[in-house]
Design a protein around this ligand. Sequence first.
Ligand code: PXL
Length: 299
Amino acid sequence: MITTNAEGAISRPNQTDPIPPRVAAIHDLSGAGKCSLTVALPVLSAMGCEVCAMPTALLSTHTGGIPGFTYRDLTDDLPRFAEHWAALGLTFDAIYTGFAASSEQLTAIGGALETLRGSKTLVLVDPVMGDQGALYKTYTPAMVGATRTLCAQADIITPNLTEAALLLGIPYGAIPREREPLRGILDALLKLGPTYAIITGITFSDGSIGALGSDGTWIAHPAVPGVWHGTGDLFASILLGAIMSGAPFSEAAALADDATRSAIQRTYRNGTDPRFGVHFEAELGRLCQFAEKQRGKLG
Ligand code: PXL
């Protein structure tokens, strides 16, 4: 019931709705080609989070296979954003980072993390660097070192197989493709600093594709042929949204995998240009329901 005071202003009821967890999303804004902020914002909002966006760069499209993209670096703004947010007293339940534009920017992201993180803030670093065994066009060996350093500040990291190899300095071809030996790779990733690591986009030796987590999470299913841009960002965003709703890591990873796979299958069926991203919009309803149900369980 809405009650008003003598001046007619709506007074607050005694019982308030839950306050959404606040997430700082430190990513680029690529206008077309769904990835980074254009994935993180809708996914995390649908899953009940308040998202504060710290854009690291503005691009007309992402850099993966789309020629002619424009690019405006915002590295100098990052400490200013962080200091303003800190001065406002904003506190963050999670901080989430991904693609970066330069080593300097990775250092600036690390600085923003330190300015904004509190004792209970969960930090998810998606160590975006490459795919299919190769670095992305704009990534340099120095950036690999800077990404490794950033992973030391993380609670959770979500590398794909290429990024796991780069983080550990192992040739891509030498990374095992079976579950048991991959556990050694996960142990080595945890030595970089995080509490949880999950390797995504693993092409297992039996031809299936899936993910393996340091908590024992193991997911494998038939591959959908193609290169699916932005799906690492989609996976990590859903994983974080589910964890923020209170889900255990394994359930959050299972949801992230299932919804990402469903978006890939839909895009494959539709036959649209995969460079422009996968059709994840139709997943948002179930992501919202998952998070609401999860919060209901917490009472
Ligand atoms: O999805 C990762 C990503 C994010 N942002 C930009 C990218 C890429 C991958 O290519 O180019 C700008």
